[in-house]
Design a protein around this ligand. Structure first.
Ligand SMILES: Cc1cc2nc3c(=O)[nH]c(=O)nc-3n(C[C@H](O)[C@H](O)[C@H](O)COP(=O)(O)OP(=O)(O)OC[C@H]3O[C@@H](n4cnc5c(N)ncnc54)[C@H](O)[C@@H]3O)c2cc1C
Length: 545
């Protein structure tokens, strides 16, 4: 890698590092994998990224593939922020707000900006991005966009993809493009370009035209999805064309995002929160399905189960104080209304309480902000579970983001309990009940051969369950290296082949984050499994959930 690092040291204005320490620090993200980069670059500006991409493209033309991986804060749970070649670490310099339009409330920022700071700034304009992940204080906007991250409020507002209006992207050969929705005339202009950008528009346009029925099959039925490439939203019925929804969620495998233009929602900070206790998964599902039909859409429908409550009670009972006492219900559902208009909020609460009362003996509604904070603490106590080692074993981000259609929520819960029973393991379940997107973390000791094998077996079994239930293995975290090898099992073969062709159009030499999302096998991933898991990249902040 000497030649590459020397070239970069001479040609980029940001810092270039190859020290053992730096490479070791960046060899992990928040996944169960480890992969040491050869060179770390803190790009000072977009030009540094362009030069890096152009250089690796030229090397690839001569047969030498040096991978480039974009990295925000490395909180990725799927191993996608790791790479063996050049790691471009954004937050050091590429963290500025470029433009805020008070009329449209659109904001343009550099991709390495801290998401928490961006949210704070927007809130000072009484706006916010509701799909910000709970890790926003310690992650970048670029990482959230590249993962198509989402939040508990995605139930009402959708994922990051809904908020990204346009991007500036460095392509694999170092060209810079701007993406946005293009009308037919604008598209024609792009189709005529004699650059890689032109080639991408021409090839993609033709590919989508020739494979309309396959594109239709590429949308899974779930309410949110970060798996695969989003092909369905590129072409619109009106003939318009946009690369933005494709690049959002592509985990740096199609291009390197340098700037993002976002829309936002009005923010008022006021909400009402209802809690309801359930004794069966069937009652929980029935309530969720009825809530989903309401015209007054809740902003969040979240849940925790009794194992989570019992585990939290033994670790830090303070989290449950003044909210829930023993004996714990099987499930607690949290239903939030965040309407700016108080009348609308109350109307929603009234209807939701009525529905919940049909299936639950204990329904409470709370408007006091401090008391709501105490209640949310119970839901967010999942961080106590995630962050708590059990001797040498740790709760692992392994099968933690499955999603099915909400009418299969009860079946999904029961399949998870069965899977863990089969493995003789206890399981706590929490997550986004309204979307049937559930989080679970098996506790395994990665220094033990048996547990390492179990990890992959559990992942395979879980994927089979998800496939049977017609869901997706990832509602928000994306597949990365973890679920990448399973992508071909999740989608029909012709859809997977189409994903492959799209990747090839953008990245013909395979320099952009190879081994992530697509074209990766379990055999390639297995040796990357760490022998000790740790949450080291989030210890500067308190994980929320
Ligand atoms: C405790 C905890 C809680 C979490 N909660 C949530 C949650 O609520 N919802 C959720 O969706 N996720 C969650 N995550 C996952 C993760 O934190 C988010 O996806 C986060 O937005 C990633 O941001 P990052 O800056 O850390 O990105 P990184 O981890 O650095 O990168 C993530 C991916 O984006 C790519 N990437 C980064 N920057 C760019 C760029 N400029 N151009 C192209 N590609 C780029 C990387 O190559 C990688 O593939 C959580 C993680 C942890 C550890």
């Amino acid at each position: 890698m000497n030649r590459v690092s020397h070239y970069l040291q001479e040609h980029v204005s940001g810092e270039v590092m190859t020290s053992v320490d730096a490479r070791s620090y960046f060899s992990t993200d928040n996944s169960i994998f480890s992969l040491t980069p050869s060179v770390i670059v803190y790009p000072k500006n977009e030009n540094d990224i362009r030069k890096t991409a152009r250089f690796t493209w030229q090397l690839a033309e001569r047969g030498r593939v040096v991978p480039i991986t974009a990295r925000g804060n490395g909180t990725d749970l799927s191993g996608a922020a790791l790479g063996s070649g050049v790691l471009l670490v954004y937050p050091a310099h590429l963290n500025q707000v470029k433009f805020y339009d008070a009329k449209t409330a659109e904001i343009t920022v550099e991709a390495g900006i801290n998401f928490g700071k961006l949210q704070q700034l927007l809130q000072s304009y009484e706006r916010f991005i509701p799909s910000a992940p709970s890790s926003l204080e310690y992650s970048t906007l670029g990482g959230a966009v590249a993962n198509n991250a989402s939040s508990r409020r995605s139930f009402k507002y959708g994922s990051m993809r809904q908020y990204v209006k346009g991007l500036r992207v460095v392509l694999a050969n170092g060209e810079v493009i701007e993406t946005m929705r293009l009308n037919k005339r604008e598209l024609n202009r792009k189709l005529g370009l004699s650059s890689l950008e032109g080639e991408i528009y021409r090839s993609l346009d033709a590919l989508l035209e020739e494979n309309k029925s396959v594109v239709e099959k590429s949308t899974l039925e779930v309410t949110k999805n970060s798996a695969g490439y989003n092909l369905a939203d590129i072409q619109d019925k009106d003939g318009s064309f946009d690369l933005t929804p494709l690049i959002v969620g592509s985990q740096g495998t199609l291009g390197l995002i340098t700037e993002v233009t976002l829309t936002s929602e009005p923010y008022n900070g006021k909400s009402s929160l209802i809690t309801a206790y359930f004794n069966s998964a069937e009652d929980l599902q029935s309530a969720v399905l009825e809530l989903r039909k309401l015209d007054e859409v809740p902003s969040a429908i979240e849940m925790v189960d009794d194992t989570l409550l019992t585990s939290v009670a033994s670790e830090n009972a303070n989290y449950l104080k003044e909210v829930v006492d023993k004996p714990y219900p099987k499930f607690i559902l949290f239903v939030e209304y965040d309407n700016v208009n108080e009348h609308d909020r109350n109307k929603g609460v009234k209807k939701a309480v009525k529905i919940l009362g049909k299936y639950s003996d204990t329904v409470n509604s709370e408007t006091d902000t401090d008391k709501q904070k105490l209640i949310w603490k119970v839901r967010d106590a999942s961080s106590i579970i995630s962050g708590h080692p059990h001797g040498k074993a740790n709760p692992l981000p392994l099968i933690d983001d499955g999603i099915v259609t909400p009418d299969k929520l009860a079946k999904f819960l029961s399949a998870i309990y069965d899977q863990f029973k089969k493995e003789h393991m206890q399981v706590a379940i929490w997550g986004h009940a309204g979307d049937a997107n559930l989080h679970v973390q098996p506790i395994l000791d990665l220094s033990q051969v048996g547990d390492r094998q179990k990890a992959f077996r559990m992942l395979e079994d879980f994927t089979k369950t998800i496939k049977e239930l017609g869901g997706s293995t990832t509602g928000q975290y994306n597949e990365g290296r973890l679920r990448g090898p399973l992508l071909a099992k999740l989608y029909p073969d012709d859809v997977y082949q189409l994903f492959n062709k799209v990747k090839k159009i953008f990245d013909p030499y395979g320099t952009l984050n190879p081994g992530v999302k697509i074209n990766v096998s379990t055999d390639e991933v297995r040796p990357l499994l760490r022998d000790k898991y740790s949450l080291e990249h989030v210890y500067d902040h308190l994980p929320l959930s």
